[in-house]
Design a protein around this ligand. Structure first.
Ligand code: ATP
Length: 343
């Protein structure tokens, strides 16, 4: 089976081809880079409008070149690309981007003559980690730009075990770097500057299974305005913010009696966050998996892989029912591809 995946929830205009016979994922992406400030939804949607047709075309070219692959006869496929379904991100994300990309996905499915599959972007972050690790039923820490939460499977759904009470973790870092005049995205720049920093006290807010970043971001901005060394603020931001995420991830493992953790989302590329989680897992005897970087940041590969699982169990969408949802929560998704598992 081959699935064309399409992703465009915020900044990454991305298309991918997943081939389940060979378990290969081919990804083509074109990132939106704001001239100044953070992501402007209208500009990002304009970027999607220009870039999505191009990345889809590049993936289709690759699909045509490889259509007659192992165990597959192209004349038996619905189209010359050997593509059986089109999967796209229905949300969560920026409304203008989602609508643009949803239109492209519907058009692609119709012109290829194949079913459409609607994928939840945050569940895809989890599932690519489960797919790559071979873990059975892991807890997932999704640490991305607009989100930060822990997910665990229970009674046919991915339940939100804990989450940010305000901003996403990457957005929080990006707001701080914007304040001090650094260009978007700020997360990688915080990681680099943290190498030369020393610890200073900042607010640390965990309430049960939830956490908050707004207080620490205000304090970090204030510290910068007061002349504190930027390297020290960056180092301390990482220690506090990633400490919060690691504490709640450990509690999620403990409360669900799970010994598998996967990481998802663009902030998951941060080596200090990975190190904290790896140490925590090692200390409690849990297995830890970090997907390849190309699957951590927003990408259509994870959409194609989850789309294939959904397609395999007939979880497809009628075109007229394929509206997008900027607030699509992971626990709204019936996990059809794990039907045999009740908990
Ligand atoms: P979502 O999955 O919530 O839609 P998103 O669209 O913002 O997220 P992602 O690619 O998951 O996209 O994450 C982007 C975020 O990751 C940005 O906020 C960026 O600053 C942050 N980021 C990228 N690399 C690093 C890093 N090395 N350290 C910390 N943060 C990072």
């Amino acid at each position: 089976m081959r699935v064309l995946g399409i992703e465009g929830t915020a900044w990454a205009a991305s298309a991918a081809l997943y081939d389940d016979a060979e378990d290969t994922v081919f990804i083509e992406s074109d990132p939106y880079q704001p001239d100044s400030g953070g992501i402007h939804p209208r500009e990002a949607a304009e970027h999607m409008g220009e870039a999505i047709p191009q990345v889809i075309q590049r993936v289709l070219n690759h699909a045509a070149e490889t259509a007659d692959g192992e165990g597959r006869a192209v004349d038996a496929a619905p189209n010359e690309y050997g593509i059986d379904a089109v999967a796209f991100s229905r949300g969560p994300g920026l409304g203008p981007c989602l609508r643009t990309v949803g239109t492209a996905a519907r058009a692609a499915a119709q012109s290829l003559g194949v079913p459409l599959v609607g994928v939840n972007h945050m569940v895809a972050h989890l599932e690519i980690g489960r797919h790559q690790s071979g873990f059975d039923s892991p807890v997932c820490l999704n640490a991305s730009g607009a989100n930060a939460h822990l997910l665990g499977f229970h009674n046919g759904r991915y339940r939100v075990l804990g989450e940010t009470m305000d901003t996403g973790v990457g957005n929080a870092l990006d707001k701080f770097t914007r304040h001090i005049g650094w260009s978007h995205p700020g997360g990688p720049k915080v990681e680099e500057a943290a190498d030369d920093g020393e610890f200073i006290d900042l607010p640390y807010v965990v309430k049960g299974m939830d956490f908050s970043f707004s207080g620490i971001m205000s304090a970090a901005k204030q510290a910068a305005d007061d002349g504190e060394a930027i390297e020290d603020i960056c180092f301390s931001l990482q220690e506090h913010v990633f400490g919060m995420l690691t504490e709640v991830a450990e509690r999620a493992l403990s409360l669900t009696a799970t010994d598998e953790l996967v990481l998802g989302g663009g902030v998951g590329q941060n080596e200090r966050l990975q190190e904290m989680l790896r140490t925590m897992c090692a200390e409690r005897g849990a297995d830890f998996h970090v997907p390849e970087p190309r699957f951590l940041r927003d990408n259509a590969g994870m959409i194609a892989v989850l789309g294939a699982k959904q397609f395999a169990v007939g979880d497809t969408l009628a075109i007229e029912a394929s509206t997008v949802d900027p607030n699509f929560r992971p626990d709204q998704v019936p996990v059809t591809w794990r039907v045999d598992e009740q908990s």
